[in-house]
Design a protein around this ligand. Structure first.
Ligand code: SAH
Length: 277
């Protein structure tokens, strides 16, 4: 658990529409999450991913009509736990699903997911996680073989398991996420999930369902592998990209015979589903 994060506190004027534009641009250079503030927002990125040259090259920072300033500070992993524990509230998705921490009171719902609020992405507080969960809630998982690429906390894999999946392979390139997923598998008594460290699509298919909530660039590289590893008639559900990227994602999918089904959108973030013809 040696991942060190940086917090960049951005002040931006005028805020509209530039806050959203800058957040979108930062999402493409490795920033993972954002919190709005009165004067702008805070962006979080792994220290090893941060590239000052890329940040300075953003055209928005050179635009004389927009004033942007930022302050950077380093966050040690233990602070993340405290932050999460203080801020983590149970989240309800649809009428059947709650994501909560072990220290929250249990509420009777069909799918009660317990996620330790550590720093892995995937607590239901992000639009993309919630949209992926909404897709999953309306997908029949019974006896399905599932791949969850970029599993984070394991939250999607855990829901697929609770919905009767035969087996789920949960993959993340961050060892800390794999450990956090294993912890969450125990808390949820998930029996049919295997969490592994990896950055490429495992060849262990074919899968009936592939979930991938990562980011535009990784998805564009991996879509052809998802297509190859899907059963005919199988489904691919993806998120982690903005509505402006939906066209490129659809084109990339069409080129490997994945048919677009539908998409959800929240705050410019998109989740989309496809099927293999
Ligand atoms: N599935 C969770 C987490 C999504 S965040 C949810 O829906 O909330 C994206 C995750 O993808 C992060 O945990 C990150 O570590 C992982 N990731 C990014 N690039 C990856 C790659 N090439 N291979 C595997 N995992 C990757």
């Amino acid at each position: 658990m040696s991942v060190v994060y940086l917090k960049l506190n951005f002040n931006i004027s005028p805020i509209a529409p530039w806050r959203d534009v800058l957040i979108a641009a930062l999402g493409e250079i490795g920033f993972e999450s954002f919190e709005n503030t009165d004067f702008g927002f805070q962006g979080y990125i792994q220290k090893s991913e941060f590239d000052l040259v890329l940040l300075n090259q953003l055209s928005l920072l050179k635009n004389k009509d927009i004033q942007v300033s930022w302050l950077v500070s380093e966050i040690q992993p233990q602070n993340w736990n405290e932050t999460w524990e203080n801020n983590f509230k149970p989240i309800k998705i649809g009428s059947d699903c709650i994501i909560r921490a072990h220290f929250h009171e249990k509420i009777e719902v069909k799918y009660d997911l317990i996620i330790t609020p550590k720093m892995s992405f995937g607590t239901g507080h992000h639009e993309t996680t919630r949209m992926m969960m909404s897709f999953l809630l309306e997908t029949d998982c019974t006896e399905k073989t599932v791949l969850d690429m970029g599993t984070g906390t394991g939250v999607l894999a855990i829901l697929a398991d609770k919905k009767g999946a035969k087996n789920v392979l949960a993959v993340d390139f961050d060892q800390w996420c794999v450990e956090n997923t294993n912890e969450n598998l125990k808390l949820n008594q998930s029996r049919n999930i295997l969490a592994l460290k990896g950055s490429e699509v495992p060849k262990g298919g074919p899968y009936d369902l592939i979930l991938a909530n990562i980011n535009r660039n990784v998805l564009m590289v991996q879509i052809s592998d998802y297509a190859e590893q899907l059963n005919t008639g199988g489904h691919l559900i993806m998120s982690g990209f903005y509505n402006k990227d939906l066209n490129s994602i659809q084109e990339c999918c069409a080129s490997v015979h994945l048919k677009f089904i539908r998409n959800f959108e929240e705050n410019n973030w998109v989740a989309a589903s496809f099927s293999k013809q």
